[in-house]
Design a protein around this ligand. Structure first.
Ligand SMILES: NC(=O)c1ccc[n+]([C@@H]2O[C@H](COP(=O)([O-])OP(=O)(O)OC[C@H]3O[C@@H](n4cnc5c(N)ncnc54)[C@H](O)[C@@H]3O)[C@@H](O)[C@H]2O)c1
Ligand SMILES: CC(C)CCC[C@@H](C)[C@H]1CC[C@H]2[C@@H]3[C@H](O)C=C4C[C@@H](O)CC[C@]4(C)[C@H]3CC[C@]12C
Length: 410
């Protein structure tokens, strides 16, 4: 491996590289991808943590090399991107393998920006997306970012000759469906009636379909594109904003959270570090295992226990001082349905004046109240995935993050 790592330096592009998952993918690539030569981090909002790369506080000896333009993509006939901010950082991972990290502020809905970022990349990990089940963004915007953005990424690969594309899909491509059918310990082949109405799962399903359908298309130079899609269940870990929201809500209620969903409704969860690791491995193995992996979907899984959404959250919020009240839901389900519908109505009525987007709405209630758990080893069989972080590790890391993010260390 050391010799081949010396021989071949690869250019990776991570779209959405400053998001919750994207940041972990970026860090994982820097730590664990021996063939990494250049890493392009593409995002609409560049995170301040990228600055750490310059100061060396992240991974040993990193240093700033100065500002520069993105490598000229004109060889591929692509116009130079109209991006607002770029920087070049040189990262020395172990004293012998310098990796150039290029941060690109850009928008996946802008085809020319995407094409310019993709030009010359060997591998694209496309995690950028608008994750909105609360009604913050319009259905049109969700479609533009998640579907048109993905189309732009695929077309950029085809035009510029990039052959390997890993797409971050979602469990929601499958379900839970609007009928509330349980998906219990299901795998990639489990039959399930996927019915999508909400803009977010609709957009993820369509985007995933585009990615899988593009597998085998000839890219510039004549070789086939190889694609696969990873479907995380609910991701948790350092940087999980909803976990922080739950903590704050608990604080407002005097340190108490009130059980809303029966403990028997199990919800699939997966640690962000393992999801990132799965992306890195899938991207690494796509070339060698193109026939097996091309056009395939993989659920993301690890050793996280099957629990209800609220009980699972308490694994982290409990050590931060919150308590979940009630062995059973305190409110009757019909009342929750009523409150969720009321929230939806208020959101609609208030929209001209203010954005009202609470956690509880008919869609989130349906998701939280429907069992959806996966049990599969497909990623292990196809590309040798084993979780990098045990449940104990994942739990500890998440607790430390919640404590630090909320100042709740006890
Ligand atoms: N969070 C979860 O539980 C979960 C579960 C399954 C799948 N996913 C998928 O994982 C991916 C990442 O989700 P996340 O939870 O990290 O969300 P996130 O919002 O933290 O990250 C998404 C990133 O994409 C960027 N982005 C959004 N619109 C963009 C645009 N037009 N152009 C460029 N960048 C843009 C955002 O700035 C953000 O940094 C998404 O595709 C999401 O659908 C998330
Ligand atoms: C009824 C309330 C008390 C609780 C509301 C919880 C609700 C906000 C949670 C429950 C399940 C969560 C989703 C689930 O983890 C999986 C995903 C898939 C991913 O692609 C995007 C995020 C999403 C939809 C989670 C959003 C928050 C949900 C609905």
């Amino acid at each position: 491996m050391a010799d081949s790592a010396q021989a071949q330096k690869l250019v990776y592009l991570v779209t959405g590289g400053c998001g919750f998952l994207g940041e972990h993918v970026v860090r994982m690539l820097l730590q664990r991808e021996p063939r990494l030569g250049e890493l392009r981090v593409f995002d609409q909002h560049l995170g301040p943590w990228l600055e750490e790369l310059k100061t060396g506080s992240c991974w040993g000896s990193l240093w700033w090399r100065g500002c520069g333009r993105f490598p000229n993509p004109s060889q591929a006939g692509i116009p130079t991107p109209a991006v607002e901010q770029m920087m070049l950082v040189s990262v020395h991972m172990d004293g012998s393998r310098p990796v150039r990290v290029t941060a690109i502020q850009g928008d996946v809905t802008q085809a020319h920006e995407v094409a310019a970022a993709v030009a010359g990349a060997h591998v694209v990990i496309h995690t950028a997306g608008l994750v909105d089940v609360f009604g913050r963004a319009s259905p049109k915007t969700i479609h533009e970012v998640n579907v048109q953005g993905t189309r732009n990424v695929i077309e950029a690969c085809v035009q510029t000759g990039t052959r390997f594309l890993v797409y971050t899909s979602s469990m929601e491509v499958v379900g839970p469906n609007t009928k509330g059918h349980p998906f219990y310990r299901g795998n990639e082949d489990t039959p399930y009636e996927a019915v999508h109405r909400h803009p977010y799962p609709c957009s993820k399903a369509l985007a995933e379909w585009l990615v899988l359908e593009a597998n085998g298309r000839k890219v510039r130079g004549g070789l086939p594109l190889v694609t696969c899609a990873l479907r995380p269940t609910g991701i948790y870990g350092e940087g999980h904003q909803i976990m922080r929201d739950f903590y704050r809500q608990g604080l407002r209620l005097g340190g108490w959270l009130f059980r809303a969903i029966p403990a028997s409704v199990e919800h699939g969860r997966v640690y962000v570090g393992n999801v990132a690791w799965m992306h890195v491995l899938a991207a690494r193995e796509l070339e060698q295992r193109a026939t097996l992996m091309g056009g395939q979907v993989y659920f993301c899984y690890d050793g996280s226990p099957y629990r209800s959404y609220e009980d699972f959250n308490m694994e982290f919020l409990g050590p931060c001082g919150l308590r979940l009240v009630g062995a059973r839901p305190l409110l009757p389900y019909w009342l929750l349905v009523f409150l969720a519908a009321l929230n939806a109505l208020l959101q609609w009525l208030l929209r001209p004046l203010v954005l009202y987007a609470p956690l509880l709405n008919p869609y989130t209630l349906a998701v939280a109240n429907t069992t959806f758990t996966v049990s599969t080893d497909k990623a292990q069989r196809h590309f040798g995935y084993e979780p990098l972080f045990s449940w104990e590790d994942s739990r500890t890391r998440t607790i430390l993050w919640v404590q630090a993010a909320t100042g709740s260390a006890q």
